[in-house]
Write a protein that binds this ligand. Structure first.
Ligand SMILES: [Zn+2]
Length: 262
């Protein structure tokens, strides 16, 4: 996933996963003098929730001596998640927020001059996404949720998920054993209902049949190899409006912002 001279932009939310990854990458990075680590925080504008996480993130970056950049939806897109939710557009808050967060992280990573973007998705997140894609009838999307996503044209930053094989329970254990102070309250806008059902199902399966999550992860890897042979990725395009990477002509975020920013 990494080379000795990478400048990693880590998407840092202030939750247990990203603070754990921050600690591990900060330790590793010290051993490689030509590498660099920056933390990217995104303020989505969620009152009573994001402020605490941003404080915890900033505190840990200070302690570790990691350069940190915070960008906000308000300054980048002219709106916030709270404002979008008030519009009652029928879709779940996560579906808007997720698209805008990806875009914000991408912009911030370019601003700090990073060579790779790291996110703290763990094994549980990864296999939930695979099942979600299947239940949405979108198997080709499994290719795009790979642990390492390189742009075949080499124009855009590679995205990596270093914790993709680590079960959520082990990440929590690491966070407690290293006394990390992380955010524990849930987002007031709730989570995706279908993902939540899948989480419960997978936890029950893994308890009854240990190893289920790892098996599903290996199945997804093999599926990706097969899918790539059927439909080799053609590379990302520059969005016609904002220039950001997109598999389409106009990126999802630009289309979305059209409906939410009057
Ligand atoms: Zn765009």
């Amino acid at each position: 996933m990494l080379t000795h001279n990478d400048h990693i932009a880590l998407a840092l939310s202030g939750g247990k996963d990203s603070l754990t990854l921050l600690n591990i990458l900060a330790k590793l990075e010290r051993k490689f003098p030509r590498s660099k680590l920056s933390a990217i925080c995104v303020d989505e504008g969620i009152e009573g929730y994001r402020d605490e996480a941003l404080l915890l993130a900033a505190k840990e970056c200070d302690r570790l001596g990691v350069n940190q950049l915070t960008v906000s939806y308000k300054e980048l897109f002219g709106t916030t998640t709270d404002e979008i939710v008030k519009l009652n557009l029928g879709k779940t808050p996560c579906s808007y927020c997720g698209v805008l967060r990806r875009k914000a992280i991408n912009r911030a990573a370019v601003m700090v001059g990073a060579t790779k973007i790291a996110t703290a998705h763990n094994l549980d997140d990864e296999v939930q996404t695979v099942l979600l894609n299947m239940l949405h009838g979108d198997p080709m999307r499994i290719i795009r949720s790979a642990p390492v996503l390189r742009d075949v044209k080499g124009k855009f930053l590679t995205r990596i998920k270093p914790l993709c094989d680590i079960p959520e329970k082990e990440v929590v254990l690491y966070a407690y054993l290293t006394d990390l102070e992380f955010q524990t309250i849930a987002c007031p806008h709730g989570s995706e209902a279908l993902r939540n059902d899948i989480r419960i199902f997978l936890n029950q399966m893994d308890q009854k049949h240990p190893g289920t999550k790892f098996t599903l992860q290996r199945t997804a890897e093999r599926l990706r190899e097969l899918l790539v042979n059927i439909a080799p990725p053609t590379g990302l395009n520059e969005c016609e409006r904002c220039g950001d990477p997109t598999p389409h002509q106009i990126c999802e975020a630009c289309l979305m912002l059209e409906t939410v920013v009057a």
